[in-house]
Design a protein around this ligand. Structure first.
Ligand code: ARG
Ligand code: ZN
Length: 876
């Protein structure tokens, strides 16, 4: 374990590395408990460093066996070694080779950081600071080296040996049952991109020819017997490779690209150079085991990791404060890819839903931090929705401001200037500023100011002048460590919708508004639109052009109008959502739920609109979630009241639209075999939404329909949707369906995770006991992150009424799990604990329970830095 109270690291304290590493030659002899790692580092003093600076290499729990300098063993007096550090206070010259032998125990590595075992295979995870658990190294992203890795293992234990780059040689080790493989990666990289894999794995092969004609061998390695489930991932990989050539002019740069799917993984996946390692959840899919959401998740994550090859690997980050440089940008790229492969409006809607649920919530609570944080105690805790999702929104705004062409010019310049380097956000922004002549200094505030800006917009119509004035006010709420905020650059895409539903001309004075985007840059600003022959209804923040809380003076009638006519599909969706959110929050505060008739009417018309994409309808007709309602309420939230008003509205919608919903359900049924394409997925989404609305009341008919679908389904999407409906009703059909589901899929851990999650989400008083009982189920394991997230994570993050039980038992339970998991896997434990990020918005009774649970965690001696950091900041 590392220091209990790690020092805060500050962006302002950045110093270039004192020593550089030109090449790394690794020799790894795999062994279940005593893997021997010999690292030969060609060290060179950084001419830009401090003269006479010592060599200081990081370690984490390492055992040093042997040290040699330029081939000669080093005397104990010439170095200092501890599990955490190797220091040469007086290096003999400015360039030498240091040979370091360490012993590591992959079996004992339950943190899943560094070299560890998963299903008896060996694999590594080095981002952000795992390489130091393999050997001593300047383990920071601005030290780039060329790696050659020789891996050796028992042939029958690990017939497959994979490393970064291209395979140089392989064969038997003479006179033994062992064999070896040597991999060489010609592209200099930081240590966090190092990876190796050894084990018994089946390979799915394919190939890809790049735009310039390079032949690339593609391999996806999975557990034996699962080959058939890797087909969709392979297809997504090839589409990603082509898309990056077409959309960004980026070609792949090695002869091989390998992906390995493992069943024990802390996160989603990892972009190691030429050797991506994936949580198998984001690789394996078949119609019988994966839902449409799983398929789109696989497509998105495969693309994301592949796109990192340029945004992350060829250009990496100078330090971990710049994490969004690769993550925000790469999320933006994967979102654009999925938009091109599927429906752009529907992708945007689901991304914004996610952004609001995860990032807006984070940004409004104690864990709020800037897209580029300025200080951290534990970097693992900054792989957040803010760095990833808001980071992507910032790139998207840049594109909105600069236009398609300007954005591409900036990206091209960024690649040209910084290829092979470890860059910063300043470098990134300068590329766009220099390529387009735009001044981006105020825009840069998006990286440093945390908190979701509020944009208040009021409209004023002048009949006589034919003008419409928008008065805009922006403010950013105070967030931890930032009480005063400056005005931001907010690209506000908008339209003025005329009485016939068509967009009216958008003119500021005599100038047409370019691309329909105005730039809000001041605290208060007015825009006067001219040349209008009728009063328009403004359609604001089209496509969610800026990640802000928009407070407009639109009336419910305006929203009903926009829901029916807005030319911008996102805002058509948003008009209906806004209508629902308004009446749900009023009702949750105890007011009258007025406006229901208008909402039902608008929803009915949308459902009946034959021109609309079913996937879009499914999104528009799904009410805002309990989390979004709670965030809108802001304080004194009673999750039971939120649940109750939402359920009441679902009941009303289900009853009022029963006829058309039943027709929709019947019309979308099909005998065609399952295909995972977006259009088919959209039809299933709408049909399953209808199934759900038709059963909210718990009527025999509604439940019977779900039961029939559950029994007859030929794919996991429909089976799961039916089971989710049945799970909401405490009737004998629920238990029967859950048992049948388990019996059918008991040997398939990823499917059983769905079974865990569904039960953890039941909004009933018995759920906590159920979750506790399931933790003792043979299919559950505290050692596997997917199991923990599926059961405990889902309970804490997606069951607001039961996690926030009025008696505090849900909060106490989470604290117990976090404390018992912490010694084993601090990263997963701290993730779980971050479910408390909304605790301050609860009503006083529940708030007290949450605070007590957090304090109990914070006061426990021997916490990991990960959990200590989240507990402290949550209470701060
Ligand atoms: N770079 C990876 C991705 O976003 C995430 C890896 C983070 N891993 C971790 N242990 N914090 O694709
Ligand atoms: Zn990433």
């Amino acid at each position: 374990m590392r220091d209990a109270e790690p020092q805060a690291v500050r962006l302002a304290d950045y110093r270039p590395p004192e020593w550089l590493v030109d090449t790394v030659d690794l020799d790894v002899a795999l062994h279940p408990t005593q893997t021997r790692v010999t690292a030969r580092l060609a060290l060179r003093r950084n001419p830009e460093g401090t003269p006479d600076a010592p060599v200081i290499l990081e370690g984490d729990g390492l055992t040093l066996v042997r040290l040699a300098l330029d081939g000669a063993p080093l005397a104990g007096s010439s170095f200092e070694a501890s599990p955490e550090r190797l220091a040469l206070r007086h290096p003999p010259s400015d360039a030498f080779t240091l040979e370091i032998e360490t012993l590591v125990d992959p079996t004992a590595n339950t943190q899943l950081m560094g070299l560890y075992r998963t299903s008896n295979n060996y694999c590594t995870q080095c981002e952000p600071e795992g390489f130091r658990r393999i050997t001593y190294f300047p383990d920071r992203p601005d030290v780039l080296a060329v790696y050659t890795t020789r891996i050796e293992a028992e042939l029958d234990e690990a017939p497959v040996l994979l490393g970064n780059g291209n395979l140089v040689s392989s064969g038997p080790v003479l006179g033994a049952s062992r064999h070896f493989a040597v991999w060489h990666d010609p592209w200099p990289k930081p240590s966090y991109l190092f990876a190796l894999v050894g084990g018994k794995l089946a390979k799915v092969s394919d190939s890809f020819t790049t735009a310039s004609g390079r032949q690339v061998e593609l391999g996806i390695y999975v557990e034996e017997g699962k080959e058939a489930r890797a087909g969709y991932a392979m297809d997504a990989l090839k589409r990603s490779m082509r898309w990056d050539e077409e959309a960004f002019g980026r070609e792949y740069d090695l002869d091989v690209f390998n992906i390995v799917a493992v069943s024990d993984f802390n996160m989603g996946a990892m972009e190691n150079k030429g050797l991506n390692v994936f949580n198998d959840k984001y690789v394996l899919a078949s119609p019988q085991t994966a839902t449409d959401a799983d398929y789109s998740g696989i497509e998105g994550v495969i693309a994301h990791e592949y796109f990192h090859n340029w945004t992350g690997n060829r250009i990496t980050c100078r330090d971990w404060f710049q994490l969004c440089l690769k993550e925000g940008l790469t999320v933006f790229r994967d979102q654009e890819f999925s938009s091109d492969q599927r429906s752009r409006p529907v992708k945007r809607i689901s991304d914004v839903r996610m952004l609001k649920a995860a990032q807006f919530t984070e940004d409004s609570g104690p864990l709020a931090h800037p897209v580029r944080p300025e200080t951290y105690r534990e970097i693992n805790n900054f792989y957040t929705a803010t760095v990833y999702e808001k980071g992507s929104e910032v790139v998207r705004m840049l594109k909105t401001l600069l236009g398609e062409e300007g954005f591409r010019k900036g990206m091209d310049l960024y690649f040209e200037r910084h290829d092979g380097e470890a860059a910063t956000i300043e470098d990134f922004l300068a590329s766009f500023a220099d390529a387009t002549g735009h001044d981006l200094s105020q825009f840069a505030l998006w990286y440093s100011q945390s908190g979701t800006p509020t944009l208040e917009v009021k409209g004023a119509w002048d009949e006589a002048a034919g003008t419409y004035r928008l008065d805009v006010k922006q403010s950013v709420p105070p967030t931890p460590g930032q009480s005063e905020k400056k005005p931001m650059v907010i690209p506000l895409a908008l339209g003025l919708v005329g009485p016939d539903g068509a967009d009216m001309p958008l003119m500021l004075g005599n100038t047409p508004v370019e691309r329909g985007v105005v730039e809000v840059t001041q605290k208060e600003q007015s825009f006067l639109f001219t040349g209008l022959d009728a009063k328009p209804v403004p359609s604001l923040n089209r496509g969610f052009s800026a990640p802000v809380n928009l407070k407009s003076d639109l009336t419910p009638e305006d929203r009903v109008f926009l829901a029916a006519h807005d030319g911008d599909p996102f805002n058509r969706f948003d008009a209906l959502q806004g209508l629902a959110l308004g009446l749900l929050t009023r009702a949750a505060r105890g007011g009258a739920a007025d406006g229901e008739a208008a909402l039902i009417d608008a929803a009915g018309r949308l459902l009946a609109d034959a021109a609309l994409d079913p996937a879009f309808k499914a999104q528009a007709l799904a009410l805002p979630g309990e989390g979004e309602i709670a965030r809108e309420l802001g304080s004194d939230v009673d999750p039971d009241a939120v649940f109750a008003v939402r359920k009441a509205l679902r009941l009303k919608l289900g009853a009022a639209l029963a006829g058309p919903l039943a027709e929709t359900y019947a019309a979308l049924g099909t005998a065609a075999p399952f295909t995972p394409d977006a259009a088919s997925a959209g039809r299933r989404a709408l049909r399953n939404l209808a199934l759900d609305y038709l059963a909210v009341s718990g009527s025999d008919e509604g439940v019977a329909r779900a039961q029939a679908q559950f029994a007859a389904a030929d794919n996991m999407t429909d089976r799961m949707a039916a089971l989710a409906v049945l799970a909401q009703h405490d009737r004998p059909e629920r238990a029967a369906a859950l048992d049948a589901f388990y019996a059918r899929f008991e040997r398939d851990a990823l499917v059983i995770d769905k079974w865990f999650t569904l039960q953890a989400q039941i909004p009933e008083a018995g759920t906590l006991e159920r979750v506790k009982a399931l933790m003792l189920h043979p299919a559950f394991s505290m050692g596997n992150p997917n199991r923990v997230r599926a059961l405990v994570g889902a309970f804490a993050a997606t069951n607001p009424t039961q996690f926030n039980r009025a008696d505090g038992a849900g909060h106490a339970f989470l604290a117990d799990v976090v404390l018992s998991l912490d010694a084993k896997n601090p990263q997963v434990a701290s993730r779980l604990l971050s479910a408390f990020k909304t605790w301050r918005q609860l009503e006083p009774g529940r708030r007290g329970h949450a605070e007590a649970a957090l304090r109990r965690v914070a006061d426990t001696p021997g916490l990991s830095p990960d959990v200590a950091d989240i507990a402290t900041r949550s209470l701060g």
